[in-house]
Design a protein around this ligand. Structure first.
Ligand SMILES: NC(=O)c1ccc[n+]([C@@H]2O[C@H](COP(=O)([O-])OP(=O)(O)OC[C@H]3O[C@@H](n4cnc5c(N)ncnc54)[C@H](O)[C@@H]3O)[C@@H](O)[C@H]2O)c1
Ligand SMILES: CC(C)C1=CC=C(C(=O)O)[C@@H](O)[C@H]1O
Length: 260
């Protein structure tokens, strides 16, 4: 038997790392950008709404975080490459990519137009492909990196109460892409994981009818909706050096919703 030792203290600081968070002007993305910055990272705050992205970055700077706001539509590959170029020029190579930007569509499949289907797929799924492609060459060159995708319990369950089939299909594909890319990127010491929230209080869910909300909460053992900070905490762990042996994981942060 080996002699017991006192192990080195765990260190969750992100000092010296550059993070890029999409859809970070508000909601879950803003909480993630704030938490990564508070842990020491320099943060690229990306959003479709360029003014809101800059305003969010300014709030982070006021809190002592090095941050830049960048306007980009993550559904557009050319804009994604320009966004990554801008962040890397100002803050250094992206060490941590958080694919958070997303939209939800509601209602049964027969009511979803082809245009709506295409927009959900473009923003919720294609963006993950575009953003990963844009940051991976730098991560491979540096032999390190963290990619964290925000999925959804809808992607595991196939929708139902929690988003419709179209949204669920996009998030289900994000989960499959996370697992596949984890296999591809592992040899370069790059981890790829997803955080899978259930109902979380943000603007996205603010219009949910009280009855529907009560039905969802009744299925959550903890009996409350998630907060953006709940999701940010999980992302910070996965972004840390200490999570270097976790990859291909789809981490439920869902108040127990997915438990059997
Ligand atoms: N809120 C929930 O209950 C919940 C549950 C599970 C998963 N999620 C996922 O979490 C993520 C964040 O959701 P949220 O609740 O904070 O949403 P939100 O609507 O409050 O915020 C989304 C942000 O993404 C930005 N955005 C939208 N389209 C974009 C685009 N094309 N390019 C760049 N930015 C864009 C918006 O401007 C907004 O700032 C999404 O991927 C969502 O699917 C949310
Ligand atoms: C707006 C409402 C139907 C909703 C949006 C997104 C979800 C998700 O899981 O991503 C939901 O939980 C859901 O309540």
């Amino acid at each position: 038997m080996s002699t017991p030792v006192v192990h080195a203290a765990l260190n969750f600081t992100l000092t010296g790392r550059t993070a890029l968070v999409t859809g970070a002007a508000r909601g879950i993305g803003h909480a993630i950008a704030t938490a990564l910055g508070q842990a020491g990272a320099r943060v690229g705050v990306c959003d479709l709404d360029a003014e809101a992205a800059e305003a969010a970055a300014a709030r982070l700077r006021e809190a002592g975080i090095e941050a830049v706001g960048v306007g980009a539509d993550v559904a557009d590959e050319v804009q994604v490459q320009a966004m990554v170029n801008q962040v890397e020029a100002l803050l250094g190579g992206v060490d941590i990519l958080v694919n958070n930007a997303g939209i939800v569509s509601t209602g049964p499949l027969l009511e979803v137009t082809t245009a709506e289907w295409n927009r959900v797929m473009a923003i919720d799924l294609n963006s993950v492909f575009f953003c990963a492609k844009a940051v991976l060459p730098g991560m491979i060159a540096r032999q390190s990196g963290r990619i964290i995708n925000i999925a959804s319990v809808a992607g595991k369950r196939g929708g139902g109460l929690l988003g419709n089939s179209c949204y669920a299909a996009a998030k289900g594909a994000v989960i499959a892409l996370t697992k596949g890319l984890a296999r591809e990127a592992g040899p370069y010491a790059i981890t790829v994981n997803a955080v899978s929230p259930a109902l979380t209080d943000t603007e996205m869910t603010s219009a949910l009818a009280p009855q529907a909300r009560a039905e969802v909460l009744a299925q959550m053992p903890l009996g409350r909706a998630g907060t953006p900070r709940d999701i940010a905490a999980a992302v910070c762990f996965l972004a840390s050096r200490e999570a270097g042996f976790v990859t291909g994981e789809i981490m439920d942060v869902d108040g127990g919703f997915m438990r059997d």
